[in-house]
Design a binder for this molecule. Structure first.
Ligand SMILES: *Cc1c(COP(=O)(O)O)cnc(C)c1O
Length: 411
């Protein structure tokens, strides 16, 4: 966590300006301590149930973070065959990886099966092809869409009626036809309703539908309730009260297991909850520009490195690390990309001078993993703070990296 100690900002005891100096900017910095704290919080929040967490690695896919999650005891949630390969490379046993793709062809499912990972199927067409090819040989999980409107922002809903994700709850009769015809072994039922879920009600409503559905599947080993735990982006934000939600869900899950006749595992696949708060994105102020309406602080980054504010209207707190005692003034913090890439309007920051290092908070999830080379800029470096020491875990790109995959014709 970032703290002001004797007038200097530190992350887990490491001086933030020193990180910016040693590794340059822009740079993503992740605190292992914070990841561990969040993992433990979630692990302890569901009393009396067999809980298993799969880290949704699309949030932050550096292989060191994957290894750290494995060390904490997590499995992995992978949404592409490349994420499956990253997980295997990081040392996850194949059966600890759940492959939850959307809109992939049977060829990619075949590859995942060959690698031995667990398969989550999210449409009937693939379920039919899967059944015809593998029958009872490979157990599967089925992704059900409970049609619940959840989440704080329409762009991150995944469980509603128009969503492309999952097999509609109302199509379960059809699913059963396919399952029975091919003798498919359904070992899990899954739902993922979207991000930023605030209360237990939403989970319970979806869960009840899955509990109902479970009556038709007699060999279940687990139920996977996806993710969507909200974390605080602004200090005044209402966040998921994980302990409260955990109590309620655990209680209802235990009742269900008794009635089902077997004690199933309860799975979740959090991304943001585990890594968002662990991350800071450090940038340097290139220019301070006063226009007729606005004081802009222009930094050495843009939507190419942190796109959430522009893509989702996400709010990321910003701190001027270089000037903790400066008077507060109002800024629009903007990027250097030739697009309108505003990180935040009307931010109260300690007075910003050119050269000052600014830190974006909550930059662990969907920060680097959504970064691009737009404007032919290099993607940033990544630093991992482990046991009070800063380690470079991805070097900044170079000009050679930009050309590496291009094939230059001779003409
Ligand atoms: C993205 C995703 C998650 C993680 O969501 P967060 O909001 O980051 O916790 C979990 N499961 C699936 C299937 C996903 O696509």
């Amino acid at each position: 966590m970032m703290q002001l100690v004797n007038g200097k900002y530190q992350i887990d005891g490491v001086d933030v300006l020193q990180i910016a100096q040693d590794f340059g900017t822009p740079v993503y910095v992740y605190s292992a301590e914070t990841m561990k704290r969040q993992y433990k919080r979630l692990s302890n929040a569901f009393p009396g149930v067999k809980l298993h967490l799969h880290y949704a690695c699309k949030a932050l896919s550096n292989v060191n973070v994957l290894k750290y999650m494995k060390q904490l005891g997590a499995g992995l949630d992978a949404v592409s065959i490349q994420e499956v390969d990253l997980g295997l490379h990081a040392g996850f046993p194949a059966n600890e990886i759940l492959y939850t793709p959307n809109g992939v062809g049977m060829d990619e499912i075949d590859q995942a099966i060959a690698k031995g990972v667990r398969i989550n199927i999210d449409n009937i067409s693939i379920l039919e092809q899967f059944g015809a090819k593998y029958g009872a040989k490979v157990p599967v999980c089925i992704r059900v869409n409970p049609h619940i409107m959840a989440g704080g922002n329409a762009k991150i809903y995944t469980g509603h009626i128009d969503s492309k994700f999952g097999i509609s709850y109302y199509q379960l009769r059809h699913v059963l036809r396919v399952v029975n015809l091919y003798g498919i072994q359904v070992e899990g039922l899954h739902m993922h309703t979207g991000s930023d879920i605030l209360d237990a009600e939403v989970f319970i409503r979806g869960a009840e539908l899955l509990f109902d559905a479970a009556q038709d599947f007699k060999d279940l080993k687990y139920m996977d309730f996806g993710s969507g735990f909200k974390v605080a982006y602004k200090s005044a934000d209402v966040t998921t009260d994980i302990e409260d939600i955990g109590d309620k869900i655990a209680k209802r899950f235990k009742e269900f297991c008794e009635q089902y006749g077997r004690s199933l595992e309860l799975w979740f696949e959090p991304g943001k909850f585990l890594v968002s708060e662990s991350g800071y994105f450090l940038v340097k102020t290139n220019v301070v520009k006063q226009t007729t309406s606005t004081m802009f602080a222009g930094v050495d980054s843009g939507l190419n490195h942190l796109i959430r504010p522009m893509l989702y209207d996400a709010y990321h707190n910003i701190t001027n690390v270089s000037n903790p005692d400066g008077i507060e003034r109002i800024y629009a913090v903007v990027g250097y990309i030739c697009e309108t890439d505003t990180f935040g309007w009307d931010r109260k920051l300690n007075e910003v001078k050119e050269g000052d290092v600014l830190a974006f908070h909550n930059a662990g999830a969907y920060g680097f993993s959504m970064a691009s080379n737009y404007n032919s800029r290099f993607r940033p470096a990544e630093v991992f703070i482990l046991d009070g020491k800063a380690h470079l875990i991805r070097r900044r790109e170079t000009f050679e990296d930009l050309l590496q995959t291009q094939i230059e014709l001779q003409f």
